[in-house]
Design a protein around this ligand. Structure first.
Ligand code: NAP
Length: 260
């Protein structure tokens, strides 16, 4: 999985969303994250088509919304997602939340079916806590590839990351900039100043150092580029210790149906 991706939540203006996807791909990004619930799969598909990057070089992920997690709906809504995206398969299909119509056996049997049909290359889960990760692993024949969770210096998720590592499940970090909250944290500002980098880059470099794949959402070319350049920012042990030592906690995404 390419280690830094582009998020697209709330990028709902069709042209802006397509442009962001095409700009990112042409810059070198190879991982694009969307979801049925973002209402932009068609625009993401337009961005894929606008770019010169071949489909097989792109790691494309989408997510099945909680209302579509009954077996038949998993299949029909995923076929619809592929149609909107204009692709024959996605590289990763997530269960968006363990909520709504989610039933581990039924839902994941339908994911296995899509996997066997070659419509999805990997099965993912999102917003799963450790016990739910274990249950999902038992319920699928194909491996659980990744758990996409909120993760950034204000919500480091050390226990959940460790549980995923023990189970061989990759971690994808959503809201890796804490939706902007990391920009005002003094420790992150200090590390950014030391490296002549942006606070966004520091947060992303910290996640990369933890072995996590961040998927920052950015609309402008400047933000898309700033985030892409985080891959070359090398934080030293002192920087990591400074960021690990931040004790402020902030969870950005916390709906009533969350499992925690
Ligand atoms: P985020 O990536 O932490 O932050 C996005 C915000 O930061 C936007 O307002 C963006 O502005 C701004 N930004 C981006 N790069 C910047 C930079 N270099 N300098 C200054 N500002 C910058 O938040 P997110 O969108 O919540 O999370 C990222 C992605 O994770 C989502 O888009 C989505 O794909 C995924 N996600 C998944 C779930 C889930 O339940 N699985 C939940 C939330 C998010 P501009 O748009 O103006 O550039």
């Amino acid at each position: 999985m390419p280690t830094l991706g582009l998020g697209t939540w709330q990028n709902t203006d069709p042209d802006a969303c397509a442009d962001a996807v095409a700009t990112a791909l042409d810059m070198g990004y190879r991982h694009i994250d969307t979801a049925q619930a973002y209402d932009n799969e068609e625009s993401v598909g337009d961005g894929l088509a606008q770019s010169d990057v071949p489909r097989e070089d792109i790691f494309l992920a989408t997510k099945v919304w909680i209302d579509n997690l009954a077996a038949d709906d998993v299949v029909s809504s995923t076929e619809e997602s592929l149609d909107k995206l204009g692709v024959d398969y996605v590289d990763l299909l997530y269960v968006h939340w363990p909520a709504g119509e989610y039933d581990p056996e039924e839902t994941l049997a339908a994911f296995d079916d899509l996997y066997d049909r070659g419509l999805i290359e990997r099965i993912g889960i999102s917003n799963f806590e450790p016990e739910q990760v274990a249950t999902a692993i038992d319920a699928t024949e194909a491996p659980i590839f990744a758990n996409q969770i909120e993760c950034h210096p204000l919500l480091p998720q050390a226990d959940l990351r460790e549980a995923c590592a023990d189970d061989g499940v990759e971690v994808v970090a959503y809201s890796p900039l804490a939706r902007g909250e990391v920009f005002d944290v003094p420790e992150i500002q200090d590390v950014a100043e030391k490296h002549d980098a942006s606070e966004a880059q520091v947060s992303l470099a910290w996640l990369l150092e933890k072995g996590v794949t961040p998927i920052p959402k950015a609309s402008s070319e400047a933000h898309i580029r700033d985030n892409w350049e985080a891959r070359t920012l090398e934080l030293d042990d002192e920087d990591i210790a400074t960021i690990d030592g931040i004790d402020r906690r902030d969870r950005q995404v916390d709906p009533d149906f969350a499992p925690w």
